[in-house]
Each structure stands twice: as C-alpha cells, then as structure tokens.
Design a protein around this ligand. Structure first.
Ligand SMILES: NC(=O)c1ccc[n+]([C@@H]2O[C@H](COP(=O)([O-])OP(=O)(O)OC[C@H]3O[C@@H](n4cnc5c(N)ncnc54)[C@H](O)[C@@H]3O)[C@@H](O)[C@H]2O)c1
Length: 390
C-alpha cells in the first residue's frame, strides 16, 4: 500500500473525532458522519461531546468534515467508528456497522484498506462486515481490498489519557496488512501499539477489557447490597481490605454508558452462538443493572426514617446525569433509574448536570434538567462525581 494515506473516518463521535485529529497530525483526513447537525457543529469548531479542549479542536484543524459519501472517494484508508449498541433483547445491534460497511463498500477501490474500531464480538468483522464490503464493492477480499481491526480504548472525561497515550491493539486480514495497520497507528500513537495475531484476537481483547471491568464492579455492587442488609459500612470494609497487596480497589456504583454495560452482551451473544452460556459475565450484568433502583430505594428509606414515613412531595436534588464523571455522555445512564424510582414514590426531584446537553436529555429521557442547583432540598444525592461538584 502507498504511504500517501488519505484517511476517511466514518462516524465522528466520542471515538471518531479525537482519532481524526490524531491522524490529521500526519495525514490528509476526511471526517464523514451522517448526522448533519454534528457535521455543522464540527465545521464551526464546536464539539458537543466536550472531549477536546478548545486548544485541541477549532476551525483551524485541517480536516474536511462532510456528510457527502462522495467526498471520501479519494481515500485509500477507511476507519469505521460507528456505534455498536444492543437492542431491547440485549443482543448486538449491528445496523450502524452494516450501514457504514455498505457505504464504504460502495466507494471501495482496488488496494484500499478498511479498519474497524467499533467494539464488537470476536468474529464480527470477518463474518458480518467483510461479506458486505465484498458484495457492495464487487472486489475480492484480501486480493483487491484488505481489512484491519483496532479497538478504541479512549476513556471519555479523562483528560490525563489522550488517545496518543493509550497503547493501541492492531490487527489485519493478512500478515502483511496487519503490519501496514500496525505501522499506520504507530505513526500517530506515541504510546505504541500491540500487534495482535489475528482480527478475532483483537476483537476479543477489547470485549474482555470491558467485561472484566463490569464483572469487577458487579462484585463490589453485590457487596454493597449484602453489607447494607448486615448494617455494615462498605466503605469501611473496603478501606480495611485494600491494605492487602493483591486486593483490587474497585468501587460499587452505577454502570451505564455505551461500553461497559453493553459490550459484555456482545461477548455473551457470541459465546451463546457457539454453545456456551456465560455465567459470571451475565450475572455481573444483572447485579449492575439493579443498582439505580436500589439507590433510589435507599434514598426513599432514609427520607422515610427522617420524616416518619411522610415523604410525599419531599424535595430531592440529584447532582449529575451523565453516565460517569466529567463526561457529557448520557447514553444508558443509570441515574434515570434513581430518578424514576424517586418520582414513582411521589417525591419532587430536580436533576442538575451542567456538563450534559439538556436538549438531548429532554429528547431522550423526557426529563427537564434544572438550570441551577440552588434551593432548599430535603435530600441531595450526588449521583455522578463530576469535579465541578467537589
Ligand atoms: N465512547 C467511548 O468511550 C468508547 C470507547 C471505546 C470504544 N468505543 C466504541 O466505539 C464505537 C463508537 O462509539 P462512540 O462513543 O464514538 O459513538 P458516538 O455515538 O459518539 O459516535 C458515532 C458517530 O457515528 C455516526 N454514524 C452512525 N452511523 C453512521 C454511518 N452509517 N455513517 C457515518 N456515520 C455514522 C453517528 O452519527 C455518530 O456521530 C462503538 O463501537 C463504541 O463501543 C467507544
């Protein structure tokens, strides 16, 4: 492949935008997204995900942002960073990936490389995406076009770990192409790369990173549920336990977002497809899913104790609505479960989170965020540990 890469990034969200900026340091980059509003914002130097400082992202960034697929025709590398959510049955929703593959396939040329970054289950790239690329392009896989997979590991809200500082796992559809993919990423990721032996291994490595975190937090959540019934303070238990060198210092909490609570279902789906029903992964998910309601019920119980059961109309302030600290992302936020539990108990609940997009929250959750946290409340619950609340 030519070293004169022209890179098309497909999907400019939390992953695609920082990636585009990293590649634009060295290569010509065209950023493509089907969301017209997002492209209009980016053209004006606005990033609603708030992932980048204004010094990193402005109208001066030499990236061409577009909603026109035709603008990608001169690219020779396509990197796909579209969402991979789950559906109502908690099964992989590959529709974004399929549509993006169809789009790229329709403009693919002899010698082009397509790299997937979206989180998927092991086997998805070669079993689901490659056949689409082949069918829509009419080109022969591994002769006329090539594929790579490099999972994204960014941590939204974490300013200390920019994309360049996180080791990138890479892989390719042939031995030679794997090296091409690896060198491409190595040229912009200062932390370096890890070349996985196959696309499947790279896909699996990402899926287990997030499943491991989910399971570890679920253990802490289970402890929180248990010790609560035993009237033991979990913080005090963890303080004591973490003095042992090999105790892992995870914390109980709400697990939402587009990754940790979603990716384990991708792994479980594939496992079940091949005849194994994972027990630890799925029970961890089950424990984590109930925490929002449980926290709501705890607040109700404390209010009931304080006001002799007369809780109707009591005022509660929830601080934070994002799925995690210092981040604008509200996808799958579990704060909504706390909120709904309190509302259903007849409480008056205000939610304050200046980091998130209030219009999007209204549209997605039918919830009006408060513009201020000032006021008199019977209970204040810090649901998300944004630094601005400390
Ligand atoms: N957000 C994270 O922290 C994170 C971290 C690591 C990996 N990932 C993975 O990266 C992938 C992308 O996640 P994200 O958080 O950036 O999602 P996102 O929703 O923030 O961004 C995805 C973008 O893709 C666009 N899009 C959807 N379909 C498209 C299509 N057919 N063509 C062009 N654009 C299209 C959307 O309009 C959106 O702007 C997912 O698989 C996710 O699991 C996310």
């Amino acid at each position: 492949m030519s070293q004169q890469y022209i890179i098309g990034i497909i999907g400019l969200g939390y992953v695609g935008l920082p990636l585009s900026i990293a590649f634009a340091e060295k290569y010509s980059v065209i950023g493509y997204d089907i969301n017209r509003e997002r492209i209009a914002d980016l053209k004006n130097g606005i990033d609603k995900t708030k992932e980048l400082e204004s010094t990193q992202f402005s109208t001066k960034i030499p990236i061409r942002f577009t909603t026109e697929l035709d603008d990608l025709r001169f690219c020779n590398v396509y990197i796909i960073t579209v969402p991979t959510p789950i559906n109502q049955n908690k099964e992989p929703d590959l529709s974004y990936l399929i549509n993006a593959s169809k789009s790229v396939g329709s403009i693919l040329k002899n010698g082009d490389l397509v790299v997937y970054e979206s989180t998927v289950y092991p086997g998805c790239t070669e079993e689901e995406c490659v056949p689409i690329l082949q069918a829509t392009s009419g080109l022969i896989f591994n002769q006329q076009f090539f594929v790579g997979y490099s999972p994204e590991r960014i941590n939204p809200g974490d300013r200390t770990r920019p994309i360049q500082s996180i080791i990138k796992v890479t892989s390719g559809s042939t031995h030679e192409i794997a090296k091409v993919v690896d060198n491409l990423y190595k040229s912009v990721i200062t932390a370096g790369t890890f070349l996985a032996p196959s696309i499947k291994v790279a896909e699996a490595s990402k899926a287990i990173e997030n499943a491991q975190r989910d399971v570890n937090i679920s253990f802490m959540n289970e402890l929180a549920l248990m010790f609560d019934k035993m009237d033991i303070n979990i913080d005090e238990v963890l303080e004591a336990a973490k003095t042992k060198w090999n105790f892992l210092p995870f914390r109980p909490g709400l697990v939402g977002g587009h990754c940790i609570g979603v990716d384990p279902h991708y792994l479980a789906y594939k496992a079940m497809q091949v005849g194994y029903t994972p027990k630890v992964i799925l029970s961890g998910r089950e424990v984590n899913e109930q925490m929002g309601v449980w926290m709501g019920e705890k607040i109700i119980a404390q209010l009931a104790k304080q006001f002799n059961g007369e809780i109707k109309g009591k005022k509660v302030l929830i601080l934070g609505f994002a799925f995690k600290e210092n981040c604008a992302d509200t996808r799958n936020t579990k704060v909504i479960d706390v909120y709904t539990t309190l509302i259903n108990a007849g409480l008056q609940v205000q939610v304050f989170d200046p980091l998130v997009d209030a219009d999007l929250v209204k549209k997605t959750f039918n919830l009006d965020l408060s513009e201020s946290k000032d006021g008199q409340y019977d209970y204040i619950f810090k649901a998300v540990n944004h630094s601005i609340f400390n």
